[in-house]
Design a protein around this ligand. Structure first.
Ligand SMILES: C[S@@+](CC[C@H](N)C(=O)[O-])C[C@H]1O[C@@H](n2cnc3c(N)ncnc32)[C@H](O)[C@@H]1O
Length: 299
């Protein structure tokens, strides 16, 4: 695995991911599933997608969280258990690999699988899955990887939060285009999935790969909208929004600098100006994403 994700970053982005996700598309996925659906979550990290989908489904369900990063999967169990206990759901551990959440509508059985997905779907327990799901994964993968997955699946595939490349920082800055171009080039770096990463071509590539195999593919916008002043949908989000904006700005600048062989000073200026705007609570960002759903069969 060549791309690592910090626990703190996944933690920080979770509420912004949750606000961005298309509820309409999620509900369409959930409506297509059997009584006690079994989810296979690829690149699950700390289980952010489970925390969004499981209560929405509201009935008994089974999850296998797959990730190459053992530490993230361990944190997934802790985080799911903590959050569930906070809202009064009993949690038990029948064995070291299994977590049971005794939710009111039916138990959630959760297991983890440490696995490098580079060769997926080889080695994945697809026969035990009623849906293969992912969140913030498909822009990392390559087209051949996606083609292999599409060829192997007979169940719904849900790819939440695929980047679209339509990012806008406000107020505008003279170096925005320069940063955006570098950031976009950097997203194509091989991320360990056997070739050029799809980056902002992921939504189109999923539609093509699954559409060609008789799936019905729909998608919906799921942009991050981040600002650190004004009314917020959740309490205590202003401080998180400022940290999130700083991370976004630093991530964009770092990626653009990685792609810049000439050491263009405008990139450093952009970073400095943008961080000042974060500190003054003057910066807002809209980072383009799409959620994509592929259901077997033509509609
Ligand atoms: C952007 S994070 C998304 C995590 C989680 N789905 C979420 O929405 O918070 C991408 C995840 O993919 C995992 N990942 C990246 N490359 C991988 C690989 N080759 N095999 C398995 N997991 C991988 C990372 O460890 C990370 O947890």
């Amino acid at each position: 695995m060549s791309e690592e994700f910090a626990l703190d970053w996944l933690d920080l982005r979770e509420p912004f991911d949750a606000m961005a996700r298309s509820t309409e598309l999620a509900d369409r996925l959930l409506a297509s599933l059997p009584a006690r659906p079994r989810f296979l979550d690829l690149g699950a990290g700390t289980g952010s997608l489970l925390r969004f989908l499981a209560p929405r489904l509201g009935r008994a369900q089974v999850w296998t969280l797959v990730d190459a990063d053992r530490e993230l999967l361990e944190a997934a169990f802790d985080t799911i258990a903590d959050r569930c206990e906070t809202i009064g759901y009993k949690v038990t551990f029948p064995n070291r690999r299994t977590l049971l959440v005794h939710a009111p509508g039916g138990a959630w059985r959760i297991e983890t699988l440490v696995a490098d997905l580079a060769e997926a779907p080889r080695g994945l327990p697809l026969h035990n899955a009623d849906a293969v799901v992912s969140s913030a994964l498909c822009d990392l993968v390559s087209r051949p990887w996606l083609e292999r997955l599409a060829a192997a699946l007979r169940v719904p595939f849900y790819a939440a939060l695929c980047v679209t490349g339509r990012d806008r920082f406000t107020p505008p800055h003279p170096a925005d285009r320069l940063v955006a171009d570098g950031f976009r080039r950097d997203q194509g770096r091989d991320k360990g999935f056997g070739g050029v990463a799809l980056g902002d071509r992921a939504p189109e590539a999923i539609a093509a790969a699954f559409g060609a195999r008789g799936f019905t593919v729909t998608s919906a916008p799921s942009d991050w909208e981040v600002r650190s002043r004004g009314a917020m949908p959740l309490p205590g989000l202003h401080e998180a929004a400022s940290r999130f904006l700083s991370e976004l700005v630093m991530g964009h600048a770092e990626a653009a600098q990685r792609q810049d062989r000439r050491g263009d000073p405008r990139l450093g200026d952009w970073l400095e100006d943008r961080l000042d705007q974060v500190a003054d609570r003057r910066l807002a960002a809209r980072i383009g994403h799409r959620d994509v759903l592929a259901l077997p069969g033509k509609s």
